[in-house]
Design a protein around this ligand. Sequence first.
Ligand code: PRX
Length: 632
Amino acid sequence: MYNLKDLKSYTKSYKKSVENPEAFWDAIAKANFVWKRPWSRVLEWDFSLPKISWFEGAQLNITENCIDRHLEQNGNKTAILFEPNNPNESSEAITYTDLHKRVNQFANVLKSKGIQKGDRVCVYLPMIPELAIAVLACARIGAIHSVVFAGFSANALASRINDCDCKLLITSDGGYRGAKTIDLKSIVDTALLDCAGIEAVLVAKRIHTDISMVSGRDFWLQPLLESASAICEATVMDAEDPLFILYTSGSTGQPKGMVHTTAGYMVYSAYTFKNIFQYEPEDIYWCTADIGWITGHSYIVYGPLLNGATTLMFEGVPSYPDYGRFWSIVEKHKVSQFYTAPTAIRALAKQGLDLVSPYDLSSLKVLGTVGEPINEEAWHWYNDHIGKRKCPIVDTWWQTETGGIMISPIPKSFDGKPTFATLPFVGIQPALMDEKGEEIEGNSVEGRLCIKFPWPSMARTIWGNHQRYKETYFSAYDQSYFTGDGALRDENGHYRITGRVDDVIIVSGHNLGTAPIEDAINEHPKVAESAIVGYPHDIKGSALYGYITLKNSDDTNAAALKVEINQLISKHIGPIAKLDKIQFTSGLPKTRSGKIMRRILRKIASKDTSNLGDISTLLNPEVVETIMKNSL
Ligand code: PRX
């Protein structure tokens, strides 16, 4: 699987992947995986429908590729290394043999609850081994997993469960996050008041508290696992059978359930993992993301296990028991590859070096970042103090929709440079588009980032709404996938992602759509209207600024209202979407057709008011002055 060894091999592979993509991916798929039946066609596609199909006709099961095929040679190798929240609790090494047994038992429990191929199973768990095992157990029997990040609220959980008609939910009695204990089961109980389709709830024990169990619906997982058989034959899946659904924010409307299918996702997540992180058999690989996000799906679970790697799963947070925790884990487990978000790097850099220098970080070989642009200062801190200028930094640009890393440095092939995701991975054909929809050729240019040709792990549709998939990704530009990001290409052809060009805001690496936040705020009986924009933030990258008009502008208890508004957001979405700044205003700037001019609000929130553009055409230009005067 490892063939990008130097610049020459990258250049040669890239050329082949573009000139003859089918032959290129055919060879990788044949050489590196076990198939129950080969494909009849490598690729079929038409972006105007859109329809994309990779390895059509092939049959396989991804868990046999993740687990079974490693057993003979590497059964005793650690597959998942679990590091608990509390540093005094022992870590747990789950070997490939253990993992095989636990996944099979879990799969049999799912079957015993009536789950069959194609059924949707929601997984709402903290970062404990059961989360990875549940995901794999679903894949074992062809059930489609839909993991919901355990920081989401009951409302957000319920809407995701209902959107894809999940039949079964897997959760725990609770979870640990730093000094906090999270009462997950009561969130689940609230959510399920609105989810008639859930027939059973499996509950893992983590915090060992008394929780309420609904008779006939809720079952403790442990006893069921203990009595389940450790043999569960892998269900035969077609290449294009859905593997999972994962929700991501859109610029309008409710989150989109991105559907990833089996074979293409497997091939691409495995191949990118191996080549971008340069994983060697003895390495310990650690990605600090949560499995509730795509990064965790592709680069904690599937990519590493497909390569027979040891993947570390951390339950806790970077600040507990102190801000040295990441580095103490790197030292303790001799981590070789470390993959995290720029927001974590900025938070850790702010703490100074006293919490870095005590630790031996000499095991590190490759560092990675993901989820948002990394600023130059954070990049240098990471390079100087964590990598000691010996470790290549892979600034990996990709998306929930892309399934795998799309643009990134590749160690040994070419270096990174601060703030640049650099060059496309093999098989990826980026293009920059201008406002008229034309491709911008040449270097030293800037535009909207599109991908002109399919790659194996691209999402195939939005669950239940193919029309929305088409409109969101394939309608802005002819025969191209539109990413929603802006980018520039420098004089050497290297890409720098400049950020979202739509109403999605990336806060601490989390993708947040403004529409659901505004909907939550507008539920407050005193609120008339609201508009959310992002503004630059030292640690979070972007933070949320809310402009809110009240029905009764004389309302004086602003402090209490702000608290209530953030409580509403927590209830509808989760604490990650709380507003950092709230400005009450008598009106919002609008066009004559009534559209809120977010561009102006964005500039005011970012304190960049030197060039607001022509505001004379607004319906209410006077309001801009008032907003600027009172801005926070
Ligand atoms: O705006 C880009 C930003 O994160 C968005 C995708 O978010 P999500 O689907 O949640 O997936 C995040 C993890 C893959 C992108 O459209 N983004 C992601 N990686 C980078 C980035 N922006 C700049 N540089 C990156 N390396």
